[in-house]
Ligand binder design. Structure first.
Ligand code: IVH
Length: 703
């Protein structure tokens, strides 16, 4: 085959594959078998291998994702990505409509009404009909270029064809269909991976992945609802714009209703509130837009939002159901949380069968009792809440619920007595080896921001603890790969082995985690109040656990009263302690270090030869001429191509006590810029942020 012939064949295969993609994903039909599809796909892959000069970035083969990248490039939006003003009542909606009437000097205002999608905003740039950039909203002025990740969305045309405008920027939302989200979460749970809270979080997380092959495994989807830059014929109305989308097979946000009077708008908004629950994605409102572009231009925009659009926000959906039982969960720190076990009901598209009741005070305040009919709602998040009790439906026999009595004063997990610490609303189990606590502690320890131990998710952690293989944190470091390989994750009746590969991965990453820096350990131990930033600051002030135990700083901090300033205290002023570490964190740290459980834990780690060291130890920040500037305390943004990955630079900056941010603002001290990285450079210059090269950075870092 000659190169020319190959080019023709490759283009034919691409169009065919795209057509079948569309038929399958958009129209739900298919004209060819999976085998035929696979065959075409593989032929195209082969040809792309042999004739790379004709391989396009927008080939259907690229939808499965490509090589991982170091970080995202930034791109300035040609037209700012604005917000929409929210209205929360019919009254406010009326005010919006009256404003339109007044400013456009007309009685009837043709508008469209469509769902507000609870997804992640994205701008798709088609240059000469080819998808060239997909950019996140970012701060509205500059966003991340996530084109590779967006290419994995199978519904989305990557090529528009010959009669596309020279430049077409379509804006819309990336989302994860509710049903696919639920499936994915279940599969992740099964595999022992962390689950996502809601489809929006899962979507945002997927878009941030640097490995598009991973993104391809996430069921993302897209609908268009707006436009940015267009070089070519600009549509004169919403209707024309939608015709354009239709012509190029770009999925559009539906349903869309037309209205001209306020009454019609209200009717459409109400109708949409019913229909939106049948949509595949989460919605939280209705967007009302003036139809014709001339009127939009006349109305204009504020710096925040256009005056020609408004989003009517629907109140969170409420449902009535019966509370069958109140169960009690034991958290990582031993806190007992009452959970309402409900008669399952469908709320905002997902089945709800549990809701948190927080603590005894909350139960008392709402007077929630077993057998009650309750109103539940899901406000934004997936985790539902009990709003109130329908008292008229309360059974005569019902009794107030008392958490302490319900558990007989004992931890439901380990049977040890529970206590209500002074000043706390919650009951706690203080048994350091309580299995419920242990499982949650292990989950925290292995989490990505802590020791990042692969292959241990919720199920694995719970089973390891339940079966007594792991009782406390140090046990994670004595695991035996051979034993783990046959470890049963299922039940006795239906056993399911962990498998040799997973076992080896766990043991291997646990081994590596032993030498993880001190701040990761501190965060991973799950000491109350010690979050990620506090852990870093503690590790800046102390070089290892030994120093923490003999800390001169912690007792002084713990003694501080509200209103005391660290910089005024001569004993600790020189350490310039960040706001993340104050009396609360210090007290909690000391309580841990002095507790029986804490002492035993650190002793066992020492016996195992685990002695994590701080990688950002710098208790007294450098002073005077030579230290002025430096990295500590400074905020960096990194862009362009550097001699090593951006993450490597990020880690170094953090370990030197600096901060790294994703976008440039007035608070940025330096833009560390490699090759390229144009838009960030421009923004830095316009904000007067100092731009430094890699060499200048090395000087600052003192290496
Ligand atoms: S139109 C400048 N239509 O909501 C206004 N936006 O809160 C043009 N959104 O950033 C946007 N559904 O990403 C429009 N049907 C819809 C929408 C929608 C969701 C997002 C959009 C915007 C955000 C503002």
């Amino acid at each position: 085959m000659t190169s020319e012939e190959a080019a023709v064949e490759m283009s034919r295969l691409s169009s065919e594959l795209e057509k079948h993609n569309r038929l399958y994903y958009v129209e739900g039909t298919s004209e060819i078998s999976d085998r035929e599809y696979d065959e075409m796909f593989r032929t195209l892959e082969l040809l792309e291998d042999r004739f790379p000069e004709h391989a396009s970035a927008n080939s259907p083969t690229k939808r499965v994702g490509g090589e991982p990248i170091d970080g995202f490039e930034q791109r300035a939006h040609d037209v700012p990505m604005l917000s929409i003003d929210d209205v929360f009542s019919e009254g406010e909606l009326g005010e919006f409509f009256t404003r339109l009437q007044k400013n456009l000097n007309a009685e009837k205002i043709p508008v469209t009404i469509e769902p507000k999608i609870d997804g992640v905003a994205i701008a798709l740039h088609y240059e000469n009909g080819e998808l060239a950039y997909a950019v996140t909203r970012g701060d509205g002025a500059v966003g991340d270029v996530v084109t590779e990740n967006i290419r994995t969305i199978s519904h989305l045309p990557l090529r528009l064809g010959a009669d596309a405008p020279a430049w077409l920027e379509v804006r819309g939302e990336v989302f994860m269909p509710n049903a696919k989200f639920a499936e994915m979460n279940e599969a992740r749970q099964e595999a022992g991976l962390a689950t996502f809270k809601n489809p929006r979080n899962a979507t945002a997380g997927a878009l941030k992945l640097l490995d598009s092959r991973e993104v391809a495994k996430r069921p993302l989807d897209f609908v268009a609802h707006g436009r940015g830059r267009i070089d070519g014929d600009v549509p004169a109305s919403e209707k024309d714009f939608r015709d354009l989308l239709e012509k190029f097979n770009i999925p559009q946000n539906k349903p869309v209703y037309n209205a001209e009077t306020f009454e019609e708008v209200v009717a459409a908004v109400e109708r949409l509130d019913v229909e939106r629950h049948d949509l595949p994605c989460a919605t939280d409102g209705a967007v009302i837009k003036v139809n014709d572009v001339a009127s939009r231009d006349q109305l204009g925009s504020t710096s925040r939002a256009p005056r020609w659009a408004a989003a009517f926000k629907y109140p969170p959906e409420q449902k009535e159901t019966v509370l069958r039982e109140i169960s009690v969960q034991v958290g990582r720190t031993g806190t007992l949380t009452p959970v309402a076990e409900l008669e399952p009901v469908l709320v905002s598209g997902t089945t709800v069968s549990r809701a948190t009741l927080h603590n005894q005070d909350e139960i008392d305040r709402k007077d929630v009792r077993v057998g009650d009919t309750v109103i539940i709602e899901k406000a934004g998040e997936i985790i539902p809440a009990v709003v109130k009790v329908v008292l008229e439906k309360r059974p005569d026999s019902s009794e107030p619920f008392n958490l302490f009595n319900a558990v007989g004063g004992k931890c439901p997990s380990c049977g040890e007595p529970v206590v209500r610490p002074e000043g706390f609303v919650a009951l706690k189990c203080n048994n350091p080896v309580c299995p419920a606590k242990s499982a949650n502690q292990i989950k925290q320890l292995v989490s990505r921001k802590a020791l990042d131990i692969d292959g241990v998710g919720t199920i694995v952690a719970e089973k390891l603890v339940e079966r007594g293989v792991v009782n406390t944190i140090p046990d994670m470091f004595t695991l035996d790969a051979e034993m783990l390989a046959t470890f049963n994750l299922g039940t006795d009746d239906e056993p399911r082995m962990l498998g040799a590969k997973n076992a080896a991965k766990i043991v291997e990453t646990a081994k590596r985690a032993e030498t993880a820096p001190l701040h990761r350990w501190l965060f991973g131990l799950g000491i109350p109040q010690v979050g990620e930033s506090a852990a870093r600051e503690l590790a800046r002030l102390h070089k290892d656990f030994g120093e923490l135990r003999n800390s001169k700083i912690l007792p002084v901090l713990a003694e501080m009263k509200t209103g005391d300033r660290k910089e005024d205290n001569p004993e600790i002023a020189e350490f310039e302690i960040a706001s993340e570490v104050g009396p609360t964190v210090a007290t909690s740290m000391l309580t841990f270090l002095e507790s029986e459980a804490g002492i035993v834990l650190l002793e066992r780690l020492a016996e195992l030869g685990i002695d994590p060291q701080s990688d950002n130890y710098a208790p007294v920040p450098p002073k005077g001429e030579e230290g002025a500037g430096g990295v500590a305390g400074k905020t960096f943004v990194i862009t362009g191509t550097l001699s090593a990955g951006r993450n490597e630079f990020k880690e170094r900056i953090l370990s030197l006590g600096g901060k790294v941010s994703g976008s440039i603002s007035g608070k940025t001290d330096y833009l560390l810029a490699g090759e390229g990285g144009g838009s960030k450079r421009d923004k830095a210059e316009s904000l007067g942020v100092e731009v430094i090269s890699e060499e200048e950075f090395e000087e600052l870092a003192g290496s």
